[in-house]
Design a protein. Sequence first.
Length: 348
Amino acid sequence: MSAVVVVGAGIVGSSVAYHLARRGVPVTLLERAPVPAAGVTGDSFGWVRGSGGRWPGGARHLREYVLADFRRLEAELPHVAVRRTGSLSWAGTPDEDSQPGPGQFRIGRSDISALEPNLRRPPDHAIHTPSDAGVDPTALTRALVAAAGAHGATVFYETVVTSLQVTNGRVRGVLTSTGRHAAATVVLTAGTNVPRLCAPLSASADLAIAASPATLARVAAPPGLVKTVVARPEFEVREVREGELVLVVPHVEGTAAAMAQAAQDALQRVMAAFQGSDSCRLLGHRTSRRPMPAHGPVIGYATRDRSVYVAVMHSAITLAPTVGRLVADELVTGRPASELRRCRPRIH
Ligand SMILES: Cc1cc2nc3c(=O)[nH]c(=O)nc-3n(C[C@H](O)[C@H](O)[C@H](O)COP(=O)(O)OP(=O)(O)OC[C@H]3O[C@@H](n4cnc5c(N)ncnc54)[C@H](O)[C@@H]3O)c2cc1C
């Protein structure tokens, strides 16, 4: 197959580049930052869900493959570690907590205490999803980029793609801050920047992609303080590696000081919930803008001549292993993957 340029080394671009490279496609991966996972991916909570949660639009057709694709990646890539901890969620009202979906169980106080022994006041009931897991999104992205390189992909950092290069109405590559890269197909995995890069195309996809702010805090904590993924309306917390928690902080618009206060407040709520947490200390917090397509994942050709392909979605940590595999399959074989049929961009 002819050369492919992938724009953006977040979790999506890294997965697409890896899956293409391992199938022998000449791939160039371009990233504006000096390292992979410098965008939203590096600030992600990293909860991998095979059940429960929201699966908008075409995401619901990808759900059944998620856990198997993570198992496959663990076998293929050294240093990829999936923490299969399961998750516990409870909202506090019997109605909200009483409806487990497939693969989920409604459990009582003693089972909750067995799973999370440091909870000061375990609730009467919670939803337990044993198949849920967590990953370190930065480590996973780095592993994918390294493996893409080992399969022959070329990676350029500090290379800003300024525009698509169009000649005689067809995209022939990209123009960047460091020069031109020719390609038969350009795959845009630049998250919230994809609509801007596609905008000059005359017949291109209708891309309604919001940039939705979310904040992640990192916390030094006693190892094993939190065992599972704990999801409450007021916080989500999990151990990302021994002695470090990640915590989703409810977003507040306003000053940096207001956001710092929100991160401290969220940590206080976690410390109030878990005994043995007195030594917990905020390491930092960061707000980033999640690519959030209006109707679920947008994955497919964005031009009629098939010179530009886009892959943008929310919950991409969960979806990227499956999406990378399917995108590579489409590009290599030329056959549309039926699993992606509800994810197609509308071309006008
Ligand atoms: C607080 C928080 C919690 C989250 N929790 C979860 C979760 O638990 N589970 C889950 O599945 N998802 C979660 N998400 C969402 C998930 O992180 C995103 O869906 C995912 O990281 C998006 O990956 P991406 O590769 O599309 O985008 P990005 O990671 O933003 O990657 C795009 C890359 O393109 C590069 N780029 C952009 N423009 C250019 C250009 N012109 N030239 C060159 N490079 C360019 C950027 O530098 C970036 O590296 C969370 C997000 C946040 C912020």
